[in-house]
Design a protein around this ligand. Structure first.
Ligand SMILES: NC(=O)c1ccc[n+]([C@@H]2O[C@H](COP(=O)([O-])OP(=O)(O)OC[C@H]3O[C@@H](n4cnc5c(N)ncnc54)[C@H](OP(=O)(O)O)[C@@H]3O)[C@@H](O)[C@H]2O)c1
Length: 282
């Protein structure tokens, strides 16, 4: 069985490592996070691996997953490259021909350039799932779409590994990554934000507190059902969709007075809603 080392074992790292361990796809070897405590917790969740908190304590492996926050990927890759070069002086080949990938949806495989320069095969692999907690994500993962980008060999091997835990893979062009990821932000990350703004507004307007959560949930469920059955354009309702510009203006002013950012969001979304309604009318 191929070995995998993990650097960064939060929501995504723990989930994927756990699934690969359970299905016997990879033997989970070293698990490195910023604090040893967190690495130990990760190993406990994964049910395999050895917890470390320094890259210098990691052993050679066939595959390396960097599941650190996007802003850390390049630095971690450079740190790993330095360690590999140091080890190479004494003849130890840590990542020669190994596959190294990160999990960012927005950033390309070239963030790992420092490792590519040392003969590692580099890629990015982004699972389109909201990993809100490792336990939930592990249950929800099967059927998730996974976007792969990078070196051909790395992409081919990762495709197999992700498919073995139930992922559905497709390849993404490097230049498309930013907008591809922005689409995911619209599709999933903004939904809880809108939910929370609506909750805050209802609290301000005296809707009985115990009714707010069921109200939000019912409307969310209705919207999801309508989009699934009718498509987004036909499911659209509300003042912008009806062309009620007077109400849109008054509402925009009231929301802006309450919260300037929410007012800007209201205006931008009303603009997009008007365009969507026009598309539906064609
Ligand atoms: N969350 C999602 O829904 C989701 C979905 C798809 C893709 N992704 C991508 O997956 C990646 C990880 O996201 P996440 O949500 O799993 O992040 P996370 O839950 O915040 O976990 C980040 C992990 O990285 C570790 N870490 C941070 N800096 C490090 C360093 N310099 N060296 C070693 N370990 C370091 C942290 O260690 P400590 O625990 O010790 O702080 C933690 O274990 C990101 O690229 C993200 O874009 C996320």
């Amino acid at each position: 069985m191929k070995t995998i080392n993990i650097i960064g074992a939060g929501r995504v790292g723990r989930t994927l490592a756990h699934l690969w361990h359970k299905t016997g796809v990879f033997a989970v070897q070293d698990v490195c996070t910023q604090s040893l405590f967190s690495a130990q917790e990760a190993v406990q969740f994964i049910e395999a691996g050895r917890a470390v908190c320094r890259i210098d304590d990691m052993r050679a492996a066939d595959v390396w997953m960097l599941a650190v926050p996007d802003g850390h990927i390049k630095l971690v890759a450079e740190g790993l490259a330095k360690f590999i070069q140091k080890q190479a002086v004494s003849g130890v080949k840590i990542a020669d021909g190994a596959i190294v990938f990160h999990c960012s949806g927005a950033l390309p495989a070239s963030e790992l350039q420092a490792l590519g320069a040392l003969n590692a095969h580099t890629a990015s692999a982004h699972a389109l799932l909201s990993f809100s907690s490792p336990a939930r994500a592990a249950q929800q993962f099967a059927g998730s779409l996974c976007a792969l980008e990078g070196d051909d060999l790395a992409v081919a091997k990762l495709k197999k590994a992700f498919e073995q835990i139930g992922g559905q893979c497709f390849e993404l062009a490097t230049n498309d990554k930013i907008l591809y990821h922005a689409a995911a932000v619209f599709a999933t990350n903004f939904v809880p934000v809108l939910h929370s703004v609506a909750t805050d507004l209802w609290q301000q307007t005296g809707v009985p507190a115990h009714m707010i959560e069921p109200l939000c949930n019912t409307l969310l469920q209705n919207a999801v059902n309508n989009i699934q059955v009718q498509g987004a354009a036909q499911a659209l309702t509300g003042p912008a969709a009806r062309g009620d510009t007077g109400l849109v203006t008054v509402q925009s002013q009231a929301v802006t007075a309450w919260n300037a950012s929410a007012g800007q969001a209201y205006d931008a979304l009303s603009h997009l809603a008007t365009h969507l309604a026009m598309k539906a009318a064609k």
